[in-house]
Write a protein that binds this ligand. Structure first.
Ligand code: HEC
Length: 180
């Protein structure tokens, strides 16, 4: 018994490390959590943190609202924009954007008319910013509506606005006669 205890190193005053019969993985090469602050490797970005183009996220470049929608203007963008507008904006602004949605009818809120010259004269970046952060009494939609959907909505608002400012020149020449 004494021999076993001595072997295990108990009570030993020796400066040499005790003899271990079963090390049981007591010592392993490893890094413990929180022992050093992990910093991103220079020149790398964590997954999901990439902000390729700030103007796309904010609608602003060099302190100015950007003029043009970064999304391609095509049928897909517009139909997505219409779908999202009808869900998220029409309750207040109505589906034509004139500001008489069901919420406006039943409350004292006064949503803007998208066909007012003031709103028509806004750049795409400013419209995006209003949808993102809200303005005065209008709530923000950045949590409900994704970034690209907000840009699609902007494209669709532009299409809505065209419906009240289009001229005969916007109609293909061969169809103009029917409208006169
Ligand atoms: C809950 C009601 C509500 C919803 C939903 C809503 N708005 Fe509005 N919006 C308003 C009100 C109210 C105003 C007027 C704000 C003011 O002048 O106080 C407004 C104003 C605006 C304006 C004009 C801002 C200005 O400078 O006068 C724009 C552009 C606009 N909204 C776009 C949108 C878009 C795009 C959506 C959908 C993402 C949307 N709104 C959804 C209530 C709403």
């Amino acid at each position: 018994m004494a021999a076993v205890l001595a072997l295990a190193g108990c009570g030993s005053t020796s400066r040499r490390p005790p003899i271990e019969i079963f090390p049981d993985m007591d010592r392993q090469p490893k890094i413990k959590a929180q022992t050093t602050t992990l910093r991103p490797v220079p020149g790398t970005v964590a997954q999901g943190q990439l902000q390729e183009d700030e103007s796309r996220t904010t609608g602003i470049a060099s302190g100015m609202y950007i003029g043009r929608n970064p999304l391609p203007l095509n049928r897909e963008t517009l139909s997505r924009g219409r779908e999202r507008f009808d869900i998220y904006c029409a309750p207040c602004h109505d589906r034509l954007g004139s500001g008489h949605g069901i919420v406006a009818q039943r409350s004292s809120w006064l949503p803007a008319n998208m066909h007012d010259a003031r709103v028509k004269n806004m750049t795409d970046g400013e419209l995006f910013s209003v949808a993102t952060h809200g303005r005065r009494s209008m709530p923000a939609y950045r949590f409900q509506v994704s970034e690209s959907d907000r840009w699609a909505i902007v494209a669709y608002v532009r299409a809505l606005q065209r419906t009240t400012s289009a001229t005969l020149e916007d109609v293909p020449a061969e169809l103009r006669r029917d409208l006169r």
